[in-house]
Design a protein around this ligand. Structure first.
Ligand SMILES: NC(=O)c1ccc[n+]([C@@H]2O[C@H](COP(=O)([O-])OP(=O)(O)OC[C@H]3O[C@@H](n4cnc5c(N)ncnc54)[C@H](OP(=O)(O)O)[C@@H]3O)[C@@H](O)[C@H]2O)c1
Length: 256
């Protein structure tokens, strides 16, 4: 595959998205970086320009998914995107003391972690299919493999994204478009630091970014990072439901 020249990264103001931007920032490459926090996005842009990339920015809230799709179509029409990495996302668990996540939280997670990336990926995949080439990476989570009682909204949204990525990949592959789902375990970012509890096999953002770039380049259907999370997924699948439910409940912080 020819190296991508024009790359969109959503969530570029965040830990993983910023590391991806820096990974791809080389002379001759143009980056389109999306985020919400202007100061953090500008800082990432400055680092990327310093290593020779051309950078354009867009500030937008992905919970307005229709506007996000319209913006994507405008950006792609202005300069065709070779590779899009949908890295923006929200990690959230139920509030301390709560039995379940509240409705507003579920809506927010559904919009940012599923609706926006899926709608944008579909719109872009269609445009890429007309050009006969392109790459799309959807950043999911290893949480998608497990029915987490303390993060039903997050694990549910990421599970939806995983199924969507697989279906989209099959549909657009004959048209030269490659879709990769990435399911990370823990990455040392602000989002991970906000979540309490142990974080086994914690990856550094630059390491995760390099692995994601390799998976995209190889056109892999699914990359689980790092590999022990692939074992955990099989463990979850093979464990009888009654034991799995008990285990997941035992990992759940008490309500009060
Ligand atoms: N860190 C982990 O352990 C881990 C594990 C598994 C999967 N992931 C996934 O990896 C991706 C990146 O996460 P991260 O760890 O880098 O988290 P992060 O540092 O908190 O960055 C999250 C990014 O998403 C953007 N974002 C969040 N809500 C948004 C909204 N409503 N509209 C537009 N942009 C929004 C943020 O923009 P602003 O900051 O500008 O608001 C930020 O750029 C996410 O999809 C996450 O679910 C992370």
């Amino acid at each position: 595959m020819t190296p991508p020249n024009h790359i969109l990264i959503t969530g570029a103001s965040g830990g993983l998205g910023g590391a991806l931007a820096r990974h791809y920032a080389v002379p001759g490459r143009s980056l389109l970086l999306w985020g919400r926090d202007a100061a953090r996005l500008e800082a990432v842009a400055a680092a990327c320009r310093a290593t020779g990339a051309t950078v354009a920015l867009r500030m937008l809230d992905l919970s307005d998914s229709a506007s996000a799709v319209a913006a994507l179509e405008t950006d792609d029409a202005a300069h065709a995107i070779d590779l899009a990495i949908f890295a923006a996302g929200l990690g959230d668990t139920r509030a301390p003391g709560a039995r379940v996540e509240d409705a507003a939280q579920i809506i927010r997670l559904g919009l940012v972690d599923f609706v926006a990336p899926a709608a944008m990926a579909a719109a872009l995949a269609d445009r890429m299919a007309r050009r006969g080439a392109g790459g799309i990476v959807l950043v999911g989570s290893a949480a998608a493999f497990h029915a987490l009682p303390f993060a039903a909204g997050y694990s549910g949204a990421k599970a939806g994204l995983a199924r969507f990525a697989a279906a989209l990949r099959i549909g657009v592959k004959p048209h030269g478009v490659r879709v990769t789902l990435v399911s990370p375990g823990f990455i040392d970012t602000a989002a991970a630091r906000r979540t309490p509890g142990p974080k086994p096999f914690l990856m550094q953002p630059a390491d995760a970014a390099a692995r994601i770039a390799r998976a995209a380049e190889d056109g892999r259907a699914h990359a689980i990072l790092p590999w022990p999370f692939a074992l955990l997924r099989w463990f979850d699948r093979l464990l009888p439901a009654v034991f799995r439910d008990r285990l997941l409940l035992s990992l759940t912080p008490p309500e009060r």
